[in-house]
Design a protein around this ligand. Structure first.
Ligand SMILES: C[C@H](O)CC(=O)C(=O)O
Ligand SMILES: [Mn+2]
Length: 341
């Protein structure tokens, strides 16, 4: 019998968490995590390079294992969960989407910058032709006023998306800002609304609850907070809070806790916490996946990674502009040298 789920969770540790471990997932790790999540009755598990299909590159970081092998392993492991992939048009190609579908992916999230939904129609159309559940994923949602977000979400709906997400890529949205955005989308769209948080300001669970209160039905989480920056909404924590609120996810809380503790924690290079750099991502509104790139640039140029992140925030740099991180670091280092600091 189908489990009753008031809120449908997508677990993103095997995709967003790829950023946090420099895209070093192995087939064995993905198999073990997918098995544990499946047994805990998580309905959707996302597996891809952190930057989505085709992300493995000099610009975004090379994957240790070809993501198609990871997708294949996860799809072969799960019994009830559906495997999702992320695709950013321009990074991922139609070919990669077809390949992922052949390997068993059942859902794709077509991700664009919040003002650029119009690059998505071809990929959404292909996804529908392939029989995939298709989600529009509007990244860096804080960078557009609510009216613009609504306009872009409506475009996603008109292209055929089954649901659309507000994506707080920088973990910078405050609860009232989430409320306004989800409420406006709920009033203007007929499809399901989702919310994807990052915990840089320690607001991911609170913001996810706010989104649910305003009618979002789909929520992302990462187990043990294994996601970019300070991680996402910690899935097992959200499951516990929702359970206390009487909102059913169908997910087994104890099994999630065990998977978090026994399988995911050992994968982390260090425990997920809100470090000074993670906090600055949220404070300055910077794409969470820039964290490790900015830290590497800071080491290279001998400067404070926070200064790089703050500058990137001022410049309103968005996903896809990772090459700017080194430019900004070099420029800051030159300025400091000139000033004799
Ligand atoms: C490619 C990004 O990591 C997608 C995402 O999870 C976000 O924008 O947040
Ligand atoms: Mn994310």
């Amino acid at each position: 019998m189908e489990e009753k789920r008031d809120v449908i969770l997508t677990e993103v540790a095997l995709r967003d968490g790829s950023h946090a471990i420099r895209h070093q997932f192995t087939v064995e790790q993905v198999t073990q995590v997918a098995k544990g999540l499946d047994e805990a009755n998580v309905p959707y598990i996302e597996v891809s390079h952190g930057d989505g299909l085709g992300g493995s590159s000099l610009q975004y970081g090379f994957s240790r294992t070809n993501e198609m092998e990871l997708i294949e392993a996860a799809a072969a492991t799960v019994k009830q969960a559906k495997i999702s992939v992320l695709l950013i048009p321009g990074i991922g190609t139609k070919q990669e989407l077809k390949h992922a579908a052949q390997l068993g992916a059942k859902m794709v999230r077509v991700a664009t910058h919040v003002t650029e939904a119009d690059v998505a129609p071809q990929h959404i159309a292909l996804a529908k032709d392939l029989g995939l559940e298709t989600v529009g994923f509007l990244m860096m949602s804080h960078m557009a006023p609510t009216e613009k977000l609504v306009e872009q979400a409506k475009l996603m709906e008109s292209y055929g998306a089954d649901s659309v997400y507000v994506v707080d890529s920088a973990g910078t949205l405050l609860p009232h800002e989430v409320k306004e955005r989800i409420r406006a989308l709920r009033q203007s769209l007929s499809i399901d609304i989702g919310f994807h948080a990052h915990n840089n300001l320690s607001l991911a669970v609170a913001n996810s609850i706010t989104a649910i209160e305003e009618g979002a039905r789909r929520i992302d989480g990462s187990i043990r907070c294994l996601g970019a920056g300070a991680g996402n909404t910690q899935t097992e924590v959200l499951v516990a809070v929702l359970d206390r609120l009487g909102i059913q996810t169908g997910v087994d809380l104890y099994k999630m806790m065990d998977v978090a503790e026994e399988i995911v924690a050992p994968i982390l290079e260090k425990p997920q916490e809100i470090t000074k750099d993670g906090l600055v991502l949220g404070y300055a509104g910077v794409y969470s996946s820039f964290l490790l790139h900015a830290q590497a640039a800071a080491r290279k140029f001998g400067i404070d990674s926070r200064d790089i992140l703050v500058e990137l925030g001022k410049m309103k740099v968005v996903g896809g502009q990772e090459d700017m991180i080194l430019d900004v670091a070099a420029e800051l280092a030159k300025k400091l040298q000139t000033a004799g600091l």
